[in-house]
Design a protein around this ligand. Structure first.
Ligand SMILES: [Zn+2]
Length: 253
């Protein structure tokens, strides 16, 4: 049962028949791990807090810089120099004090990710580098935890959902390497704020649906957004039967 206050607060989304009171209860009971509190993570965290996801763990070892503020709209000038994971928790508390947050101000090693993922219902990958993305994927496969992956660079971005089950494709099936030949840092190539925030919104939508109606999502579906063409394409990621992470007989389980 929802309290009167909860019902009032979340009324406009409870009205959606696909969500309803049951869906809202699932959101309030959910615990989501957000790795990276930059453009994607800060957008995702506020949207999930707004929707009433009960527990959020925020991981980032960076501090807020002036060059972040054109796209990382959860932060204020007064947050400059503060740890992002802490500043973001503060914004969430001001938006929705009923949400429980925990900030992890550390580089996320595979061991630490395994611990954090084991305590989460769902992981949103908002990190900005391939090695961390691969470690997040490994931890999600080991723990059979759902993963919403996202990336944005330049004008473009992409999102993907993985159910974390051993019979399904994983992030490593899509990108079987830990380094990219292309520049993947915003500091190298530039990035358009609305593109980042749109990808963060799509990740938030996938996260809400993964918690409330996972059966309606296609695991291993990649959506690629082209911000210049204003177009998107969807691809089904094929499971790589020899994938070093998710195939049977590997050493990561
Ligand atoms: Zn795989």
């Amino acid at each position: 049962m929802l309290s009167n206050q909860e019902f009032l607060r979340y009324q406009r989304q409870i009205m959606l028949p696909e969500l309803g009171e049951n869906g809202q209860r699932l959101l309030l009971d959910a615990k989501v791990l957000i790795v990276g509190c930059g453009g994607l993570g800060s957008a995702v965290a506020l949207q999930l807090a707004g929707a009433g996801i009960g527990k959020l763990v925020l991981c980032d070892d960076d501090s807020v810089e002036l060059s972040n503020l054109h796209r990382q709209l959860s932060y204020r000038e007064s947050d400059l120099g503060q740890a992002k994971a802490k500043a973001l928790a503060g914004q969430i508390q001001r938006l929705n004090p009923s949400i429980s947050t925990r900030s992890v101000i550390r580089r996320m090693s595979l061991d630490l990710l395994n611990i954090e993922v084991s305590m989460a219902d769902l992981v949103v990958d908002c990190s900005d580098n391939f090695p961390t993305r691969q470690d997040i994927n490994k931890a999600c496969i080991s723990n059979q935890t759902q993963l919403v992956s996202g990336a944005a660079i330049g004008w473009d971005g992409q999102v993907a959902y993985f159910d974390g089950q051993h019979q399904s494709a994983c992030y490593h099936c899509l990108y079987p390497f830990s380094k990219s030949n292309q520049a993947t840092k915003c500091s190298d190539t530039g990035v358009m704020g609305p593109s980042v925030n749109m990808i963060g919104s799509l990740q938030s939508m996938l996260a809400i649906r993964a918690i409330t109606e996972p059966e309606t999502l296609n695991t291993g579906e990649l959506m690629v957004f082209n911000g210049r063409e204003m177009s998107h394409q969807k691809f089904a990621i094929e499971k790589d039967e020899s994938c070093a992470v998710c195939s049977e007989g590997n050493n990561n389980e």
